[in-house]
Design a protein around this ligand. Structure first.
Ligand code: RUB
Length: 323
């Protein structure tokens, strides 16, 4: 049991992220910052150091939920890194303000990158989507609803969790005609596509894009077919630890997402693997669209260094007394 009192809201957000009730890198970041705000608001810690420890424990609970989307630790860094004050009330106010500011910036960044990404889409284009990305859809939102362009969508189902259905539903709400395809049909339907548009969970210093499993294969096919692949990712998706040689951890999820127990046993109980994400090398990506403009993937390191510096900390790490 935790030595610290974690708010019920924080515990329930952590469970929702782990169970994918809350999913997608930007949404996870927003939920995590909000949960830290709720923790700060409801904390009954009497002394500043106890409050700080509680906030660190809360951040550790959140960071352990899913390993791949760097927007999660980046959100926690933003809120905890800026927390200052001599008294509990000052610390609380500072954490609440940072969390609110973080969420507001997240929303603005998505809107700004959407406006930039929309400029890449021409009237009449067909766009292929993989998974569900709110950053990618922001580009469509601006293209369709603000720039009045007509586009058509080819939406990959995205096994095993079928996030393509979420994308299809959103596009229908904007009256974008959707063709839903199984993942295996992507190569065939690239003949009909003018762009591939995806999001990102993390972007490494060398411009590699870590996104939903299947993105890398789609990018190879798109290259072969000459279809440009655009990645919509606000800068909170840049992974600062990759500057210092660390790699991005790929999450492996429950094997039951791939095959149910009965079928598995019927098949002779084969080994099953369920990686949730893969790595698309920079040479297969045409542009990374952020709220700071669009970049060739190889130059993203400049932005990473400007925004995060050379090293990053883990402000949620336990101190001596906590171990
Ligand atoms: C979601 C996924 C999305 C990115 C970007 O994976 O890979 O493409 O998170 O999404 P999961 P957004 O469903 O496993 O969380 O642009 O909304 O941040």
């Amino acid at each position: 049991m935790s030595k610290h009192t974690l708010a019920d809201e924080l515990e329930s957000t952590a469970e929702d992220i782990a169970e994918m009730e809350v999913r997608g890198a930007a949404t996870i970041a927003d939920a995590a910052a909000t949960a830290l705000r709720e923790q700060a608001e409801t904390s009954s810690a009497g002394r500043p150091e106890a409050f700080r420890r509680e906030m660190r424990a809360a951040a550790r609970r959140l960071v352990e939920t899913r390993p791949t989307a760097v927007s999660l630790p980046n959100a926690l860094r933003y809120v905890l890194g800026d927390m200052e004050g001599e008294t509990v009330d000052e610390l609380r106010e500072s954490a609440v303000d940072s969390a609110r500011e973080f969420c507001a910036r997240l929303e603005r960044a998505q809107d700004d990158l959407g406006r930039i990404g929309a400029n890449r889409i021409r009237d009449g284009d067909a766009v292929m989507f993989h998974c569900h990305s709110t950053d990618a859809l922001s580009c469509v939102d601006h293209a369709v609803n603000e720039q009045d362009k007509h586009i058509e969508a080819i939406v990959k189902e995205t096994r095993p969790r079928k996030q393509g259905h979420i994308t299809a539903r959103q596009l229908r709400d904007w009256d974008v005609p959707v063709t839903l395809i199984v993942d295996n049909a992507a190569h065939r339907y690239l003949d009909d596509a003018d762009h591939v548009l995806v999001g990102a969970d993390s972007i490494a210093a060398d411009g590699s894009v870590i996104n939903k499993i299947g993105t890398a294969g789609l990018a190879v096919s798109a290259r072969e077919r000459g279809v440009p692949i655009m990645v919509a990712a606000q800068t909170i998706k840049l992974h600062p630890d990759t500057m210092t040689g660390n790699t991005v951890e790929i999450e492996y999820r429950d094997e039951a997402e791939v095959v149910d127990d009965g079928t598995r046993s019927d098949l002779g109980d084969p080994a099953v693997q369920n990686p949730a994400f893969d790595v698309t090398p920079p040479r297969h990506v045409d542009a990374i669209v952020t709220e700071r403009g669009q970049f060739p993937p190889e130059s993203i390191v400049v932005l990473l260094r400007e925004l995060f510096g050379e090293t990053t900390g883990t402000p949620w790490a336990e101190d001596e007394a906590e171990r």
